[in-house]
Ligand binder design. Structure first.
Ligand SMILES: [Zn+2]
Length: 390
């Protein structure tokens, strides 16, 4: 098991070519060997040999002859999903989500478990994550599938060695999840990777969202804090220390409300879930500090739907401040699109008009499982970058 996310086998020409064939077939299936050759620039004999190997490895399958071609019918190719699975686990403040997909990206399972993020005693959060990982992988291997990789998404900064540097809303600092995962997964041969949640959200959008393939994209993820996942020039932007995209502490209004960082008027102080719940549901903390945000989020959506003026005003303010942040990011990075995910997905009907009024840019909404789906997709991305299963 290793945390390598940079593929070292790219120097291997054959692996690179095999990966190019896989990428083409994923996007264009069903397609013929001739289609692959003309799109990749590889000669026909090479493609025939590469496809033969991918069929032998059960990464591709033949779907039958093409109907309307002249001469000998060409059999068509598609990804072979069934023998493989990739797993993603999202760690949020109050829940864990696990998603598994097959090689073609079809969802095999989606599980959600409550998870007392901040309320978990020391040593327990990693065992809860590892236990879920163990159950998911046991289920998949029990179905005869081979695991290609497992990625854990966390709301925090992740160092190059995969330790969680800090995840303030979980109370984590310098936490290495991998020993517990290695034990639960019986020292797996596949990669286990820890990655920032917003980074995985933008990977999901880039791979299979509304704006799939766009080289410049931003995902803004709502939760206990706001994070941005950024793809610029086709590459994920991590920054020097894995901290790129920490937009929650962009200071939008120096005289604004107090943020947990000690400054005033940060984006989190308007659009982070604790601030939003405080503003929208003033009675929410009457029974003590909130540790489980899911019921409050549901109540906020219900009250906004019923036209409650306090809830609507708080959502409009949060939406305008989000729009301001979207504008700043757009000016810096000129993305094709900005997509909103996490808690913003649940609150989209009320946030979106205010965001768009401020941002003057099309903003769309992600699937609620985008982070876990992106986490699962990371192993598929690595495979298509040349890291084929041995
Ligand atoms: Zn702040």
């Amino acid at each position: 098991m290793s945390g390598n996310r940079v593929i070292s086998s790219l120097t291997d020409v054959r692996a690179t070519n095999l990966a190019a064939v896989l990428r083409h077939v994923r996007v264009h299936a069903p397609c013929s060997r001739t289609d692959v050759a003309s799109a990749t620039g590889l000669n026909k004999a090479t493609v025939t040999s590469l496809v033969g190997e991918l069929l032998d490895r059960r990464l591709l399958r033949e779907t039958g002859p093409a109907g309307n071609r002249i001469g000998r019918p060409a059999s068509l190719l598609a990804l072979e999903g069934r023998p493989f699975a990739a797993v993603g686990i999202e760690v949020a403040v109050d829940y864990l989500t696990a998603v598994a997909v097959d090689l073609s990206g079809s969802r095999l399972l989606s599980w959600r478990r409550s998870f007392p993020g901040l309320g978990t005693p020391a040593g327990r959060p990693e065992s809860a994550v590892a236990a879920l990982a163990g159950r998911v992988t046991a289920k998949l291997t029990g179905q005869g599938r081979r695991i290609l990789g497992l990625t854990v998404a966390v709301p925090g900064a992740v160092a190059a060695d995969d330790t969680v540097r800090f995840a303030p809303h979980l109370g984590w600092a310098d936490l290495d999840l991998r020993p517990a995962l290695a034990k639960a997964l019986h020292d797996p041969a596949y990669d286990v990777v820890i990655e920032n949640d917003a980074n995985l959200a933008v990977v999901a959008e880039h791979r299979s969202g509304t704006h799939a393939g766009a080289p410049d994209l931003i995902a803004l993820l709502g939760g206990a804090g706001v994070g941005a996942g950024i793809i610029a020039g086709g590459r994920l932007v991590r920054g020097d220390r894995g901290r790129a995209g920490r937009v929650g502490h962009l200071q939008l209004e120096p005289g604004g409300p107090l943020c947990r960082c000690g400054r005033h008027g940060c984006l989190d102080a308007y659009a982070g879930l604790p601030a939003l719940i405080r503003a929208a549901l003033p009675d929410a903390a009457d029974d003590g500090p909130i540790t489980d945000y899911a019921p409050e989020l549901a109540r906020l959506a219900t009250m906004a739907g019923a036209g409650d003026p306090t809830a609507l005003a708080a959502l409009t303010t949060a939406g305008r401040r989000l729009g301001q942040a979207v504008s700043l990011l757009s000016d810096l990075l000129d993305p094709r699109a900005v997509v909103l995910g996490g808690t913003f997905t649940d609150l989209a009907p009320w946030l979106l008009p205010a965001v768009e009024a401020e941002a003057k840019l099309t903003v769309s909404i992600m699937d609620p499982a985008a982070v876990a789906t992106g986490a699962a997709a990371l192993a598929l991305e690595n495979l298509e970058a040349g890291a084929l299963p041995s």
